[in-house]
Write a protein that binds this ligand. Sequence first.
Ligand SMILES: Nc1ncnc2c1ncn2[C@@H]1O[C@H](COP(=O)(O)OP(=O)(O)O)[C@@H](O)[C@H]1O
Ligand SMILES: [Mg+2]
Length: 235
Amino acid sequence: MAHSNGNHLVVHKDPKSVGSEAFRTLRTNLQFASPDKPLKTILMTSTGPGEGKSTVMANLAIAFAQSGQNTLLVDCDLRRPNVHRIFGMHNGLGLTSHLVGEAGIEQVMMDPGLPNLTVIPAGPIPPNPSEILGSNAMKEFVAKVKSQYDMVLLDAPPVVAVTDAQILSPLADGVLLTVAAGETPKELALQAKSLLQQAQANILGVVLNRLNPEDQKEYQYYYYYYGESAGARDD
Ligand SMILES: Nc1ncnc2c1ncn2[C@@H]1O[C@H](COP(=O)(O)OP(=O)(O)O)[C@@H](O)[C@H]1O
Ligand SMILES: [Mg+2]
């Protein structure tokens, strides 16, 4: 069960335990974020690794799928891929296999066993992630899946140390930033914001993860603020 306490939202850590009010609220906010041009592709990044991008994206993907939207989650973190672990999948075939021409798009689309949800793992880690993510094959891939799915969620690498997220952000309609509460230095978060702005990213907001790191057992706290109060918008 998820329950909320003001702005502090309590959710299960295990994304398959579903029913999280926090992620339903985030989903709803994203659905209303752009009424004239619905967001169809959302990119997730963070300042550094391990801040919870994939955990948040997996939960968000489930929330979109549960609302009846045909949803695709793609692991684009070709440096530290972990979406496959969250869903208990293999990573032998994935995005990279398709982009280098070793596998057809259908071959890399995995069924996590949840209605309306498809997952594409990252695939074998390549020596040149930035080039692969910046390739025409990647652009074509995103254009194709955008036409097939109601919602495409791209789980990207961190933005501060490598250029991957900046390379990918033009392919997405909007970008979310996961920040680990109490861990991410403010200067790094601001640097991430400015790097995304340089890449002309449409920054949608910030997901503040691990709000209560003491409570590591059954529940985890997610708090997110959104829009102007996040200070993450440029308008
Ligand atoms: N809110 C949270 N509470 C506890 N553990 C979390 C939370 N969010 C993420 N984690 C754990 O932290 C680790 C890194 O999270 P992950 O989503 O893989 O980060 P990233 O994709 O940004 O590298 C994983 O082991 C994940 O289970
Ligand atoms: Mg990850």
